[in-house]
Design a protein around this ligand. Sequence first.
Ligand code: ATP
Ligand code: MG
Length: 484
Amino acid sequence: MSTKSDRQFDPASLRRCVPRGALQIVERIAGAGGQAFLVGGCLRDLLLGRSPKDWDIATDLTPEQVRSLFRRVHEVGAAFGTLLVPRRDGIYEVTTFRTESTYSDGRHPDEVTYTHRLEEDLQRRDFTINAMAWDLRGERIEDPFGGIEDLSRRQIRAVGNPGERFREDALRLLRAVRFATQLGFHIEKETWEAVGVASEGLKRISAERIREELNLIMLAPKPSTGLLLLQAAGLLRIILPELEACRGVKQNRFHAYDVFTHSLLAADAAPQNNLVIRMAALLHDIAKPETREERHGDFTFYAHQVLGARKAHRILRRLRYPNEERERITHLIYHHMFYYEPKWTDSAVRRFAHTVGLENIPDLIHLRLADMIGNGRKSGDTSPLQALLRRVDEVIAKDTALSVKDLAIGGHELMDLGVPKGPGIGQILRALLEKVLDDPEVNTGEALLEEARAMIAAGVHLPLDRPARGFTHTETAGDEPGRS
Ligand code: ATP
Ligand code: MG
């Protein structure tokens, strides 16, 4: 079949990059008279000198035949002809050559049919650079669609008619953008035009699959590349209309860019390996369009971090982000406007750590640095943020109490003092924490019990709508005792 290309291909040195497990599987299948090839993303990545994420092997043997060759297999994708074969150095996907029939829902093939012809299997694959195969022994790569040529041109090109391929499976729209972003490739002209035409099809794709592709874009070296492609193709308005709405929203004089560009640059500037900070950077100003007000010829965005956290929460829920990620991202957005100056007292640093949560401070500072870089004006001095990080480290080193659970006394001791079980306990503990944040020395059992007795006498534990003992005036509402 196939176009042969020897460019960039040195079988001997490439073979050394293939893990033992993959070599063993291919040899065993070949020994049993079958064909076996390394296919798809792993071959693409090998040729690019990148480390493959997973290893896929394609064969003409049926899943039953493959099963009989190995002592242990996992059946996970058996319905589609895929078996997982565990080896000592990892788990390999072994998939029977197959063709895919029509996709009436734009997501899944109606039927999967096995075939003996490798080329038919390669034909169902999305992009030329993902549609190559190598049997690990030979001196040539099976490359019927010119994938090697496209690798050297650094381009993403659909296998076959791009419009048809995107109509079959609209996830490929995002995959095109994602591969372009991850690899730093461009999308070939005809394929790119087809992305724009087929963009509406993305509405049929599940939120989870969209989220996975978005995450891969966000974890690429420069997510802005992908986000701009998504925008230009009409995909962003389907995935993140709220971000699309930030286009052209001008900011105040400290910003060189509109909210959209600023958000993208902030995402680029956030640490690459950290999805939470990258997503927080992308969405930190998401409520700027609706909070913008013009004052004295400039713009303000009052409380945009609060509304932004709420809006981001809705977006992340819609995209089915796991709860823990969603909470961490929105928490960072909520607090991203914190104001620090070197003259903060130690007590102010402890209060800040208490409000934000010690574990979140490094992330918050990274977000703030990304935000500053994204401003595009060289006005930002990052040294106060670095200083804050150092001071927070000092707080951690001193092991001072930053939350109620770090206090030297707890609910039991308060109940021993006669406070009934209920919200009053928490009220007193929070008031005690305030004291300790001011002065960590007070965090001893003895000192806190003494404070607690005084608070109980003053009625700190009583409901706010009940007049407190020890107060002479009758009106206590709005005058919260014990809370400074
Ligand atoms: P990654 O580095 O993310 O693993 P990959 O190219 O290996 O990228 P996978 O999702 O692991 O992507 O899929 C393996 C191979 O299966 C692809 O290289 C491609 O040949 C084929 N493939 C995956 N998804 C599709 C799809 N939606 N349409 C057509 N072919 C696909
Ligand atoms: Mg893969």
